[in-house]
Design a protein around this ligand. Structure first.
Ligand SMILES: Nc1ncnc2c1ncn2[C@@H]1O[C@H](COP(=O)(O)OP(=O)(O)OP(=O)(O)O)[C@@H](O)[C@H]1O
Ligand SMILES: [Mg+2]
Length: 191
């Protein structure tokens, strides 16, 4: 399965969710290759320090992604691609190769508006590829009683994309990269 994290907007949790997804799959004993498709390479720096190994590669040009991902997919059980912010050709290439694309979205109407551009790109790819990649919006940094989170969740159906349960705003997610761990390894006191 080729999973990708993408969105037009930066800072919404693409890298955080991609790294946690790859670690989860690796712990299930699946062979996982992580593709860091963001020139900032924050995921690579995080994964490099893990106590258990995950194979990763940095691929930033659309051509590299199209070519290399197809090759890697022949051997790995799963590939997880961390996309860059924006709607560049790299993001388009990711949508042409992925089986499932998760679009994390911050907890506000502004974040939702920004995500709508990525949803459009996803729908374009689905038209060209007979329904693939499957896509879902992942609300992130939700606050239980937050007005902005509620407004976003009330309006999200307009985007015509499945919506997953979402993740809360948690200090542990923000701390995880600095500790070179995933949240599940950080112990109950950090949650
Ligand atoms: N659920 C969460 N709770 C608290 N902090 C979070 C959560 N998700 C992400 N963060 C923090 O928000 C910041 C942005 O997250 P992240 O780097 O994963 O986003 P990104 O979409 O990959 O950003 P970029 O577009 O810059 O690559 C990071 O500091 C991260 O630790
Ligand atoms: Mg990132």
């Amino acid at each position: 399965m080729i999973y990708a994290l993408a969105n037009s907007k930066g800072g919404v949790g693409k890298t955080t969710i991609a790294v946690h997804l790859a670690a989860y799959l690796a712990k299930k004993k699946r062979s996982v290759v992580f593709i860091d498709a963001d020139p900032q390479q924050s995921a690579s720096a995080w994964i490099k320090e893990f106590s258990f190994p995950i194979q990763f590669e940095t691929l930033v040009t659309p051509e590299e992604i199209i070519r290399r991902v197809a090759k890697l997919a022949a051997d790995a059980n799963d590939i997880v691609i961390d996309g860059p912010a924006g709607l560049s050709e790299t993001t388009r290439a990711i949508m042409l190769r992925a089986d499932k694309v998760f679009l994390p979205c911050g907890p506000s109407i502004l974040d939702l508006r920004a995500a709508s551009k990525a949803v459009q790109l996803l729908h374009d790819a689905q038209k060209a590829r007979k329904g693939l990649p499957k896509g879902a919006l992942v609300p992130n940094k939700l606050q239980k009683r937050g007005r902005l989170s509620r407004e976003m969740l009330d309006a999200v159906h307009k985007l015509k994309i499945p919506v997953l349960a979402g993740l809360s705003l948690r200090q542990a997610f923000a701390d995880a990269a600095g500790q070179a761990k995933t949240v599940s390894e950080m112990g109950i006191l950090s949650l």
